[in-house]
Design a protein around this ligand. Structure first.
Ligand code: HEM
Length: 448
């Protein structure tokens, strides 16, 4: 069985065909040539873009000259009502300042401190799934969204998702997503600016989320001042000065970052976990291996993380086949050469983990599910050169280490408790803000 892959547009085709084919899903509007091409230039009525699949180009844009390829303002526009000018969309000196603080908060040693929050969230998720484990089909995406949001609240503010404010943020966030179905890369890339303006509902729901986050931050500031604050990520971020300027985050900056951690940290992990559970339902032999390993190694002790090798290989393979951030966009700050083409200043550079991770000239068995590949020569080379689920270079995801503990841990806990069986109809991947199933990701659960 080949894991589900959306249909691609055949061959080169015209711009107008691309626009006609584009119906809210940028993945199936792409040409099938991108699975073999090193680069593709695209000129549309509102865009001139270069999709880069050549590992050397990816290296250039992300690792060697990141400041020459800043985040595209097209991406920023869609996310600004909620994220303000957070690290996810800012550029230049502002972004450097934000990352200097965030990177300290997420540094290696602190992940150990976040482990109990992840553990508690995984136990709560196992309990929450019990009523659904009756062998009938269920959409697992809302469940993985729930547990991922729980992890974020517990590790940032030491509160579970059942907390009154946390659950209000979670609900308001879902409303925000519903009000803004066009915040996907397809919309941002293909539409002109006027077509991307935000409706009133979007602005209202973003304001509501930001107001709730503001109240959490105010309360935390009071506890920090009183010396009674827990030693969690929020306290760390709020008390860490930028080592260069000595400035701390202002309240407004802190709201921007918390909204970002919530968005970037929970949507992505929710997507990856849902696809991982689905894949395990389709591949019972890997499912049994994850369950056996969990039975042997899973304990409430941080040291167990290292032992979850099979679960980690499965999660890593899931991030290859179904990268939650399936595409991202940079902009050329200056005119430059990309392979043999001239890219003018302002041209968009599209990086597509979706295509890079399935590139036929790079990967053995590119569309197959094989968590064992990471032990092979080809898997090791590709992991280094053609695997960017967390992006790479200076702008790589600061939560990557966090996510690579959270994901395998929750996967192991769920698979130890439940047997997973596949649905009648496989899910169809579509790119919304993150990679989702067109009609959810369904599977069947029974107690193990
Ligand atoms: C499986 C889980 C995750 C995946 C696949 C993922 C992936 C990514 C990717 C690809 C980017 C770069 C986006 C771009 O270049 O357009 C990114 C950025 C970011 N992620 Fe993650 N992420 C995950 C989890 C997290 C978590 C748990 C957090 C924090 C709690 C987080 C916080 C951020 C932030 C703040 C940025 C912006 C970094 C910058 O631009 O400097 N992510 N993530």
């Amino acid at each position: 069985m080949i894991p589900p892959k959306p249909p691609s547009r055949r061959g080169k085709g015209s711009v107008w065909r691309f626009i006609r084919d584009f119906r809210g899903d940028i993945l199936s509007a792409q040409s099938d040539r991108l699975y073999r091409a090193w680069m593709a230039e695209f000129r549309g009525p509102f865009i001139h873009s270069f999709t880069c699949n050549d590992p050397q180009l990816v290296d250039l844009v992300l690792r060697r000259r990141p400041m020459d390829f800043p985040k595209s303002p097209r991406m920023a526009a869609g996310l600004q009502p909620l994220l303000g000018n957070s690290s996810f969309i800012s550029n230049g000196a502002t972004w450097l300042h934000q990352r200097r603080i965030i990177d300290i908060a997420f540094a290696g040693g602190r992940l150990r401190e976040a482990f109990p929050a992840m553990w508690d969230a995984s136990e709560a998720a196992v309990a929450r799934l019990a009523p659904l484990a009756d062998g009938t089909e269920t959409d697992i995406e809302p469940q993985t969204g729930h547990v991922a949001a729980d992890v974020i609240f517990r590790s940032l503010f030491s509160i579970p998702i059942e907390d009154q404010v946390a659950s209000q943020v979670f609900d308001a966030f879902r409303e925000h997503q519903a009000a803004q179905p066009m915040v996907n890369l397809g919309g941002l890339l293909t539409l002109p600016r006027w077509a991307r303006l935000h409706g009133r509902n979007v602005r209202t729901s973003a304001r509501r989320i930001r107001g709730l986050i503001q109240s959490l931050i105010r309360e935390r500031a009071e506890r920090i001042a009183a010396g009674t604050a827990p030693a969690d990520l929020a306290t760390k971020i709020m008390t860490t000065p930028d080592p260069v300027t000595q400035k701390r985050f202002t309240d407004k900056e802190m709201v921007d970052e918390v909204a970002t951690f919530f968005l970037a940290g929970h949507e992505t992990s929710a997507s990856a976990l849902a696809w991982a559970l689905y894949l395990l339902a389709e591949y019972p032999e890997w499912q049994d291996r994850v369950a056996d390993e969990a039975e042997r190694a899973l304990t409430p002790d941080f040291a167990c993380v290292k032992q979850l090798e099979i679960s980690r290989a499965v999660f890593r393979e899931t991030l290859r086949l179904y990268p939650p951030v399936a595409m991202t966009v940079r902009e050329c700050r200056h005119a430059t050469s990309l392979r043999d083409r001239k890219a003018p200043a302002g041209a968009q550079v599209v990086l597509s983990p979706w295509h890079l991770h399935r590139h036929q000239r790079l990967w053995d068995n590119p569309d197959g599910f094989d968590p064992g590949r990471w032990q092979t020569e080809n898997g090791k080379i590709c992991q280094r050169d053609a695997y960017i689920p967390f992006s790479a270079g200076a702008r790589a995801c600061p939560g990557a280490g966090f996510a690579m503990i959270e994901g395998p841990l929750i996967l192991s806990a769920l698979v130890r408790a439940y047997r997973l069986d596949p649905p009648a109809e496989p899910p169809v991947p579509v790119m919304r803000l993150t990679l989702r199933g067109k009609n959810g990701i369904r599977l069947r659960l029974t107690p193990r």
